[in-house]
Write a protein that binds this ligand. Sequence first.
Ligand SMILES: *[C@@H]1O[C@H](CO)[C@@H](O)[C@H](O)[C@H]1NC(C)=O
Ligand SMILES: *[C@@H]1O[C@H](CO)[C@@H](O)[C@H](O)[C@H]1NC(C)=O
Ligand SMILES: *[C@@H]1O[C@H](CO)[C@@H](O)[C@H](O)[C@H]1NC(C)=O
Length: 295
Amino acid sequence: MVRSVKKFLIGLILVIGIMLIHSKQISSKKTLKKNLCRSFEDNFHKDKIVYIEDYDGNPKCANWVDVSQARGAYSIHSGKLKAILHKPKGVQGRMEDEDGACNTNIGKGLDLNSTYMMHYGTVSVEMKANRVGGVVTALCLMSREGDEFDWETVGEDIKHAQTDYFYKGAHKTGVDGIIHAFPDGGTIDSDYHTYTIEWGPNRTIWSIDGITVRTLERSSNFEDGIYKYPNKPSYIKLSLWDGSGCNGTAKWSNGPINWDESPDTHLSYIRKVTVTCNPKYNKVVTDDDDDELSE
Ligand SMILES: *[C@@H]1O[C@H](CO)[C@@H](O)[C@H](O)[C@H]1NC(C)=O
Ligand SMILES: *[C@@H]1O[C@H](CO)[C@@H](O)[C@H](O)[C@H]1NC(C)=O
Ligand SMILES: *[C@@H]1O[C@H](CO)[C@@H](O)[C@H](O)[C@H]1NC(C)=O
């Protein structure tokens, strides 16, 4: 009796041991699985944007998915992407809340996602933004989990651009968002500026025209036992949006837009985007690979 119990116990320990080794192998395989990411340069000489309703989920088919609320939020002319913000249909719905004036009816503008996600890497965008108060032009990295890095310009505050980040959707107001003057003294709309986010596993650097204006260290964000530092594969997003909304948005963006007295559209321009995926964390796809695959 005792013997068979012993045998049973030894057998049990063996089985558990094998299961443990197996699960470890599975988890190490998991950590080896890299994110698929496309390194590319888009000069907008070809239209490589597909509208969300026409997108079959195959990232090889384009550089960008147009996730704007309506079609017609961009056009492409001689190597420039013209982002278009349209006046909302109907009345603008002007009201006052505790943050001041705002609109309840919001205009629709461009919202592009890269077709591939990037897990660490560098994104640069050459952009000429809009100077009308309430108009927001943005380059973001955004994960499905709510991790985010931003470069944003808001109208009226034409001598500055803003950087921000979120960890799992959480944001420390007044700490995470920072306003930067252009190192060369320019304005958001006077010329093209190059906005860069260099996102690494330990450090993120935001720069304008090649000059670093902000550095975020992963190590300085250790809180409640975890590093509150964006670390999930993220879409690259380019957007032009109406910041006239209530509850503080209009106040932040120097809005609301007074559509009764402004043109029916507001524009921003992007002439080049460069994406370089970090090869240590991504399986890097290039346009050449895609051409081969589609042949
Ligand atoms: C676009 O990006 C957002 C933010 O990361 C994500 O939630 C959404 O699923 C993406 N949509 C597509 C079609 O890629
Ligand atoms: C990031 O920091 C960790 C821990 O300090 C270190 O082991 C790793 O090599 C660093 N990675 C890079 C890319 O610097
Ligand atoms: C603004 O906040 C109020 C109260 O929290 C909420 O009821 C309302 O839906 C919000 N409005 C918008 C446009 O988000």
